[in-house]
Design a protein around this ligand. Structure first.
Ligand SMILES: [Ca+2]
Length: 279
């Protein structure tokens, strides 16, 4: 004998309500994807320096740049996204990729640093870093870290890692353990969303995610000592669009040359700083 049906009969959802819900979902998605303003930007981030472009070099606009450095006349670049992550050695004048290593599809490549003849590459949420020989990109090792991986640089003795928060972590390259956590602050308030890093003339340069701003950080106190506005890179023909985020800082210490690029930008720019506080 069949069981009596005790369930309340389903009432169909009115078609108009479905349309309204769908429209709301699309609206929220577009807001999230399209508007940089969705991500709040600290109000006290007044830039006190700007940049002038001295030269520009071709950059692979398919590269979702997550880390950039300069060494011995070449750029080394870490490009992200799952299934597309690579480590690259690039000739500045031509943009030619001289050597490329593809990462397994489960890794999203992030920050990149060169210290004592070894390349260190982070991954975003995989808690895994890779160590390579910069000559042939042979993998020399791997290491793990507890945070997300965003930017990476070095002061010549420690690796310095960002994870999108207001904290920078100093790692001993021998043990790959964190030896110091530095809180970054601007006028006494934490400054988060620190992303790609570069150690330049005794300071840590950090671009602030989803802005065209670079913070100059005192590596001893963690205080922001200056903010550079790089928004002028969006002017002119072939410039990156508003959704292509600034995300590559490289420094040629011997030539005292500063290079900037971003995710899917068609150019790497050599720039100089204009400010009363320019070092
Ligand atoms: Ca860098």
């Amino acid at each position: 004998m069949p069981m009596p049906n005790t369930e309340t009969p389903h009432k169909p959802i009115p078609f108009r309500m479905l349309i309204a819900l769908a429209a709301l979902l699309v609206f929220l998605l577009v807001m999230r994807l399209r508007l940089p303003g969705y991500h709040s930007i600290p109000k006290n981030l007044d830039a006190n320096a700007s940049i002038t472009v001295l030269a520009k070099y071709p950059h692979d606009s398919a590269a979702f740049t997550q880390g950039l450095l300069y060494a011995d006349g070449l750029f080394y670049e870490s490009a992200g996204l799952y299934g597309q992550s690579t480590l690259r050695k690039v000739e500045p004048e031509t943009g030619a990729v001289l050597l490329e290593k593809r990462l397994d599809a489960q890794y999203f490549a992030e920050g990149l640093a060169l210290l004592e003849g070894k390349l260190y590459q982070l991954t975003w949420k995989e808690n895994t870093g890779f160590i390579y020989d910069p000559q042939d990109f042979r993998q020399l090792g791997a290491f793990s870290y507890p945070t997300e991986g965003w930017g990476l640089t070095t002061d010549g003795s420690s690796l310095i890692l960002s994870d999108g928060s207001a904290t920078l972590y100093f790692l001993d390259p021998k043990t790959l353990q964190t030896t110091r956590a530095l809180q970054i602050s601007l006028d006494g308030a934490p400054l988060d969303r620190l992303n790609e890093l570069e150690y330049i003339r005794g300071e840590i340069y950090a671009n602030i995610w989803y802005t065209d701003l670079i913070a100059r950080i005192d590596p001893t106190s963690g205080e922001v000592v200056g903010v550079i506005d790089c928004g002028s890179l969006r002017d002119g023909e072939g410039a990156p669009g508003p959704n292509d985020v600034l995300n590559g800082i490289a420094y040629d210490a011997r030539g005292d040359r500063l290079y900037l690029t971003g995710k899917n930008w068609p150019w790497i720019y050599e720039v100089s700083l204009q400010s009363a506080q320019t070092p």
